[in-house]
Design a protein around this ligand. Structure first.
Ligand code: 5AD
Ligand code: SF4
Length: 441
């Protein structure tokens, strides 16, 4: 191996990008790179970007502007753009930002070592193909051979999306739905457990549409979850993000039967009005969504729900927006993410007239106030309960540790530093807006 070079990776957007960044660092490890937290001493800076909303994409260009002086100071520094902005605007990035040496789309990460070598000869490298081969077959597992890992890890099981919601770029940036074969995922999960992981979050843009090849034919997500639950030492399983139309009976049953499957489900509805849902091409109604939640709650009564919302979608009237508020009041989400509609180039809704920014901002503020109220109520409702907390890391105060409740809440408690990776029964004594305080029992 050649001399060690320093790699700085900055990750934007969703958890899949977090996972991909680790795999990219692994791939570049083969070219002699080690990760650094300091961009100013890096030999290569990689921005792993998100294209989901306009603001997310614009961040990339401002960040590239800020990196300019580093490149002026060190002409050997290579700058790369990966992720969904790279996929969507590869050529334009090269034109608009001459500091960029390398542009790589999410399906081509296994080609990074060759691409990096090309930049070392002074050439630019661009790859935004959707190759036939599975990139994961060629990517080493994250962060080198047998390094110990944090107790909670991501595992990408499925990528891409065939749903074509009218607002969304994902089907274009991440391509058609592809599920990774089940045996590979089981092997990867076992490997994670050997490195100290006890919670995995299965990732996919449409994770509950998972249908990977397994023993005896294609496996559903429910089957995969049941098999993962048999791995000794793997204590907790989560998955995200799901589409309501793929919440199959077997998956709902798994929520009732598989103890290791955590009682938390991110199930975006986006809006509460049927005419807006139709315009979004969601292929479900508010009513069918609510009935689905009833079935899920019947299987797992304590399940915490989270959702995503878009306000100001083309055609959204005041009455439509009121329907969204009404749906939220009915569901009472434990957590939620809400956004103003942002027209994305190439998506079906992008040509439609949308709600003025003023109205959208006002709606967003009202929705967020309601969602925050529900989230606080949910936090408050934990006080007095005893919950199993998975200890993840040290807190800011001496002697304090931070862990996660089954409902994905951060919990602070006093415990020894060597409890990382343990699940500790904890009485919740106080609730803050974004965390809970507890005492180990
Ligand atoms: N504008 C605003 N929000 C969007 N999302 C996806 N596309 C857009 C868009 N064009 C939101 C959705 C999705 C979440 C990841 O981002 O709510 O569930
Ligand atoms: Fe953003 Fe979607 Fe790409 Fe994730 S998949 S980085 S959310 S555009």
């Amino acid at each position: 191996m050649s001399e060690t070079k320093k790699l700085f990776v900055k990750t934007y957007g969703c958890q899949m990008n977090v996972y991909d960044s680790e795999r990219m660092a692994g791939a570049l490890g083969q070219s002699g790179y080690e990760e650094t937290d300091d961009p100013s001493n890096a030999d290569m800076i990689l921005l792993n970007t998100c294209h989901i909303r306009e603001k997310a994409a614009e961040k990339v260009y401002s960040e590239l502007g800020r990196l300019r002086p580093l490149k002026d100071a060190n002409p050997d520094l290579k700058i790369g753009v990966a992720g969904c902005v790279a996929q969507a605007e590869g050529e334009e990035i090269m034109r608009r930002a001459p500091v960029v040496d390398l542009v790589v789309g999410p399906q081509a990460y296994h080609r990074l070592p060759e691409m990096e070598a090309k930049t070392r000869t002074g050439q630019k490298a661009l790859d935004t193909e959707f190759p036939e081969e599975d990139k994961f077959d060629h990517l080493p597992s994250p962060r080198g051979p047998k390094m110990r890992r944090a107790p909670a890890a991501f595992l990408t099981v499925q990528e891409g999306c065939d749903k074509f919601c009218a607002f969304c770029v994902v089907p274009y940036t991440r391509g058609a739905e592809v599920s990774r074969p089940a045996p590979r995922l089981l092997a990867e999960a076992r490997d994670l457990v050997e490195r100290g992981v006890c919670e995995v979050t299965l990732l996919g843009q449409n994770v509950n549409a998972y249908h990977g090849a397994g023993e005896g034919g294609d496996w559903s997500l429910a089957r995969l979850v049941r098999e993962l639950a048999k791995i000794d030492g793997l204590e907790r399983i989560r998955y995200t993000t799901s589409h309501p139309n793929d919440m199959t009976d077997d998956l709902i049953e798994a929520h009732g039967e598989v103890e290791k499957l955590m009682p938390y489900l991110h199930l975006p509805v986006q809006a509460g009005s049927d005419s807006v849902l139709k315009g979004m091409n969601r292929k479900h109604t508010a009513e069918s969504y609510l009935r689905l939640l009833e079935r899920i709650r019947a299987a797992r009564p304590d399940i915490a729900l989270s959702g995503d919302f878009i306000v100001g979608f083309p055609g959204e009237s005041d009455a439509d927006f009121e329907d969204t508020l009404a749906l939220c009041r009915e569901v009472r989400y434990a957590a939620a993410f809400s956004f103003k509609y942002s027209p994305r180039p190439g998506t079906p809704a992008s040509g439609r007239t949308f709600v003025s920014d003023e109205v959208a901002s006002e709606r967003l503020a009202r929705l967020q106030a309601l969602l925050t109220e529900h989230q606080r109520d949910f936090q408050q409702a934990q006080v007095g309960k005893t919950l199993p907390i998975l200890i993840e890391k040290e807190g800011r105060e001496p002697g304090q540790m931070i862990g996660k409740s089954p409902y994905l809440q951060a919990v602070h408690l006093d415990a020894a530093p060597d409890t990382v990776g343990q699940i500790i029964q904890t009485r919740i004594v106080r609730s803050n807006p974004n965390s809970l305080a507890g005492e180990a029992i």
